[in-house]
Write a protein that binds this ligand. Sequence first.
Ligand SMILES: Cc1ncc(COP(=O)(O)O)c(C=O)c1O
Length: 378
Amino acid sequence: MKIGTKFIHAGAEPDPSTGAIMTPIFQTSTYVQEAPGKNKGFEYARSQNPTRKALEEALAIIENGKYGLAFSSGVAATDAVIKLLSPGDEVIAANDMYGGTYRLFSKVFEKFGIKFIYTDTTNIDTLQKAISSKTKLIWLETPTNPLMNITDIAAVAVLAKKTNAWLCVDNTFASPYLQNPLDLGADIVMHSSTKYLGGHSDVIQGALIMNDPALREQLYFIQKSCGAVPGPMDCFLVLRGIKTLHIRMQRHCENGEKIAHWLRNHSNVAKVYWPGFTDHPGYNVAKKQMRGFGGMLSFTMKDDSTAIAMKVLSSTKLFSLAESLGGVESLINHPASMTHASIPREERIKNGLTDSLIRLSVGIEDAGDLIEDLEKVI
Ligand SMILES: Cc1ncc(COP(=O)(O)O)c(C=O)c1O
């Protein structure tokens, strides 16, 4: 199946009891058994739920993987991956990534003896130098949130294999429409399904997709033992979101491109971070591993003061000031005080995330209206 057909039909079988074309929301906590151990494959809803099962099958299909697992949030999915590790193990992660991932690593897991090494993953030599015999996991985000840095997934996958470490890629920004890390050699793909997969800013959810059955068993064990599972209504919403992912992403990409170029040509704008510019340091890698450049971008103003940034952030009308991204509606965000506030300021600034950086999640409205909205303010 080609990508659009796949997104619409992934995991969708008519309900065997009624023929319902849409997967029903199985709002139940348990299942009646004929005799102890004799059941229809469902025992208790933390372990199995038919709506979740349909979604997990869909997740696997859209990421070209064998197995999918759904979690109650993106960070719950990340949490499950780190629980594969033991005290003394080392993780290499990007020095520019979603602030909540950094917080989970540094504030929750470090105290259990797992060591996190933050480095510039876009530079393979630098990354290689950070690897040791204790490296068990390489954690990539590409494009990164919010600086849109690009890492060569296939090159890192080669390094990970040599090191005997797992490679997990947070594919939230690209979505499976633009990038499939398993095809490039990654072991696990992670999503905040809250974003493009759901697509309508009405659900919090996470996902993991993998090919290795042994890895799937370990992650399923963590999913049911730790219990961060999504409810059936939320699974239904993400299943529904996936059906229009390709159409939405096409428009996100078109609008993102128009706005990136418009901003770049504006005399009051200093720098625009968007991987579709031919002079973006990650352009060639992005072109190789992605099918488009997406609708996420960040920028700074020429008057690089926090006061000006704050004025821009609170003056747009169509771009709503809010955390999150990937919904049909456009959002504007201040990473320093919102999505990335949990990263110490010094650390942030060192990695290029300044106090005046503004991030846009370009929605699928008419680009002309979005540009008009920005024009009034910028
Ligand atoms: C790139 C990225 N990864 C992970 C997450 C965490 O996902 P969630 O908010 O669904 O827990 C986010 C949330 O913003 C994100 O942007």
